[in-house]
Design a protein around this ligand. Structure first.
Ligand SMILES: [Zn+2]
Ligand SMILES: [Zn+2]
Length: 799
């Protein structure tokens, strides 16, 4: 048994505020008013939040793994519980998140943590505590796996040996599950050929522990039971001193279940209190493979929650379980043992709803401008048939809720609608848009090479722009990736849908420009998915050529040593050996370079140091047929890039900031739009495409006067061929029409900034850190976030 199945039984026994009895006692409200105010305040403290729900963040699809969020409103506080199983977690509002529960340790379940922890720090969450499987702490030392995986971002870990986690809303208990299984190599092969794969990544997590039996962990959150409500009216009738200070201790004692003697008369708690409510329980079951079925189905602790009618009966069971496991008789029978009142929620790849409707909306509208350059987004649909379950069940959809308090019910109002017709209609109503679209139709282009922009934003993944990742399809069977930020695999999935495996199987080479989180943290996930793809297509496995700063090995070695084998997935070619005039590498590296060139039909793959952080590189690819592609990575304007790319066919250059922000760009060692264009003109590139926009330009960057017939801007999921170059500048007019509002807003912001600059003495002109409150508009706020994020990312850097 390799993965850690964590079971979360949440007994949301959120004790309710006294709603019912306060309604009943309305008649005496006035006389009792001051008591009630005090009373309800104390009950707020005693009885916990009135609203608790479980919400689906990631429904479990291949591009958006299963993750749940528990919201509980506790008076003024919000407590949130989070089961991270997804990479895009940074897209969620997490300002009050204070606990993260992991069901297993794997890239799939924990890969989103680095982004999450960075974001939490930026939002000022004092400390978020992680609970989960034993592997969270390495050999019982203070060093945690999270430290290793995420380059020593500090996070507090609650060891699984601590029996319970308890707060005002609920109690979470952890119960380790044991299971046999030794030959990890064997397991890896069998499971990677099945549908379960990524989940099984966690198998390898146990490798260094050498345990004969691998440990699984069950987690049992239990919500506190709700004490009964005090019936004030009846108490008054019985002659109790309602309305005076003396009633306080009496109520307290009665609620605690004690018999009270008042003026010689014995009063039992059930006379004056409504019955206690144990509160709903819910279970989160993460059963990644068939090997877990037996330990799961025979677990005694769980059996207690299957008995109907008792106070422990379960309101909801969340099954993070693949169809192949659901479809076994043993699992089905186990499901049937729950009372009929128990709701079942299934979260796995058998889900077909998009989770990022904003991205779908944008692409649908851009598709109107050019259907080839902006192809419609796709959904990956699993080929696995749905299990025929014998109990009623609900399939997860993004943002769907199950409310536990005040009333047990499904809530679908937060599920985003994704109505393409509506999106088209909305765009068609934009003034001048369709006219501009008509103007730029009918251009034909040769099919290859083809560039697919997967992430065109900087810093942190946002709904509309993911972080760096650009796919170069050299031919119908050769692909290469330039940078691999967090979420790159998800973007591939949404771009290619069911063909994603095919594309992954063609991918032979990955270039990572530098080791900032927005350029490399998607790598491990991508490598694992590539292995899955090769397996499921029955193709022979071969490692990718990884052209990157050699320091990336620190990170990969850590992951390999403590989590799972990953080194067999790559052949490293240190970027420095590809610089002009570099020292001659060892024979092995030399032959890898030759092999990588041959694999991609390239005659040259060159790199050069750029002006960004230490060990940051740009690269240039020259194809046999003559075309040359240059990619800048992150950099200030850099002459080495110009020299490397003389007369290139295409330059992809970062343009993080708009014109007029040169000072800030310099400080952060990035380029502005015009600086990027300037490099392309100096290089005499045939065409320039800009990317890596600051996330303040969520939809569209601000255009500068330097835009000309050789310049285009990139969007996520934009696909261009070299024959499209003449077309790209023409797209700008319809784009400007579509985004007229956003552009206007950004221009106003720029004007305000410029006015301030002229008003301030130059010594005070330090931009970026001393933003005035009046500039804190929506965009400027995001900009501030960017800055914070940038600092955080610096911390993340490997040395
Ligand atoms: Zn970057
Ligand atoms: Zn960078």
């Amino acid at each position: 048994v390799w993965s850690l199945s964590v079971w979360l039984t949440l007994r949301v026994s959120v004790r309710l505020m006294q709603t019912q009895s306060s309604r009943k006692s309305r008649a005496v409200r006035d006389t009792l008013r001051h008591v009630k105010v005090k009373e309800s305040r104390r009950q707020g403290e005693l009885h916990g939040p009135s609203t608790v729900y479980v919400q689906v963040l990631g429904a479990g699809s291949r591009d958006n793994g299963a993750s749940l969020y528990v919201f509980s409103e506790y008076n003024r506080y919000c407590k949130m519980f989070f089961f991270v199983c997804v990479l895009f977690v940074s897209r969620i509002k997490i300002a009050r998140l204070d606990n993260i529960f992991l069901t297993r340790m794997s890239w799939e379940t924990a890969g989103g943590l680095s982004g999450m922890i960075l974001t939490l720090k930026d939002t000022g969450v004092p400390q978020c505590v992680l609970s989960g499987p034993p592997q969270l702490c390495i050999n019982n030392t203070k060093i945690t796996l999270i430290d290793c995986l995420f380059l020593f971002l500090s996070a507090a870990v609650r060891p699984y040996t601590e029996p319970q986690y308890k707060d005002d809303t609920m109690t979470v208990s952890q119960v380790p599950l044991f299971c046999d299984g030794n030959d990890l190599k064997h397991i890896r092969v069998t499971h990677f050929s099945s549908h379960i794969m990524i989940i099984n990544v966690s198998f390898h997590l146990l490798r260094p522990y050498g345990a004969q039996n691998h440990i699984f962990c069950l987690m049992f959150p239990q919500l506190h039971s709700k004490k009964g409500n005090f019936m004030a009216l009846k108490a008054k009738e019985m002659g109790l001193p309602v309305g005076t200070a003396a009633i306080g201790p009496i109520i307290e004692a009665l609620k605690a279940g004690k018999t009270v003697t008042h003026e010689g008369k014995e009063i039992r708690p059930e006379e004056l209190c409504t019955p206690a409510d144990p509160g709903p329980v819910f279970l989160v079951v993460d059963c990644p493979s068939e090997d877990f079925i037996q330990p799961l189905c025979t677990n005694h602790v769980l059996q207690r929650y299957q008995t109907g009618g008792s106070e422990d009966s379960t309101a909801l069971v969340v099954h993070m379980t693949p169809e192949s496991v659901l479809d076994t008789d043993e699992y089905k029978s186990w499901m049937e043992r729950f009372p009929s009142s128990t709701e079942h929620l299934v979260m796995n790849e058998q889900t077909f709803t998009p989770h990022n409707t904003r991205s779908h909306k944008l692409q649908t509208q851009l598709n109107l401008i050019h259907p080839e350059i902006f192809p419609p987004l796709k959904l990956y649909k699993t080929k696995e048939p749905p299990a025929s379950l014998r109990v009623p069940n609900v399939r997860a959809e993004c943002l769907m809720k199950f409310q536990l308090r005040p009333k047990l019910e499904w809530q679908r109002d937060a599920i985003p609608s994704c109505d393409s017709e509506e999106f088209v209609k909305e765009a068609a109503e934009v003034p001048k848009f369709l006219v501009e679209v008509e103007e730029c139709r009918k251009f034909q282009a040769a099919k290859f090479p083809e560039i697919v922009f997967l992430g065109t934003g900087s810093s942190l993944p946002m709904k509309i722009r993911n972080v760096s990742g650009t796919l170069v399809n050299i031919s119908s069977s050769q692909s290469l990736l330039l940078d691999c930020g967090e979420g790159t695999f998800g973007q591939l999935c949404r771009h290619y849908g069911d063909d994603v495996d095919e594309i992954l199987s063609r991918l032979s080479t990955i270039f990572v420009s530098h080791l900032h989180a927005d350029h490399h943290t998607g790598l491990i996930h991508l490598l694992l998915e590539r292995e899955r793809a090769l397996n499921s297509l029955g193709k022979a496995f071969s490692p990718v050529y990884l052209i990157a700063p050699v320091q990336i090995m620190t990170w990969l070695n850590q992951y390999h040593d403590h989590c799972q084998q990953i080194l067999s997935q790559i052949n490293i070619i240190p970027s420095k050996f590809l610089c002009d005039g570099a020292e001659v590498p060892k024979v092995k590296t030399k032959s890898l370079i030759q092999a990588a060139l041959k694999k991609n039909d390239l005659v040259k793959f060159q790199t050069c140091y750029v002006r960004h952080c230490k060990n940051a590189f740009a690269c240039s690819l020259t194809h046999q047929s003559g075309w040359q592609l240059v990619f800048s990575g992150d950099t200030m304007p850099c002459d080495a890039v110009v020299n490397m790319g003389k007369n290139a066919t295409l330059l992809i250059h970062e343009a993080t900031l708009e014109d007029g922000m040169e000072e800030e760009a310099c400080e952060k060692r990035h380029s502005t739009t015009s600086q990027a264009i300037g490099i392309g003109m100096k290089m005499n590139a045939e065409f320039i495409v800009l990317n890596h926009f600051s996330q303040r330009y969520a939809k569209i960057p601000l255009f500068s006067d330097d835009f000309n017939g050789k310049v285009g801007i990139s969007f996520d999921h934009m696909r261009i061929r070299f024959g499209d170059f003449p077309m790209l500048p023409r797209l700008i007019r319809p784009l400007k029409a579509l985004f007229a509002e956003e552009i206007e807003e950004m221009e106003e912001r720029r004007e305000r900034r410029e006015m301030k600059k002229t008003a301030e003495p130059p010594s005070n002109g330090e931009s970026g850190t001393s933003r005035q409150p009046d500039e804190m508009s929506k965009g400027a706020k995001r900009e501030q976030d960017d800055l914070n994020q940038e600092t955080a990312i610096k911390r993340l850097k490997t040395n």
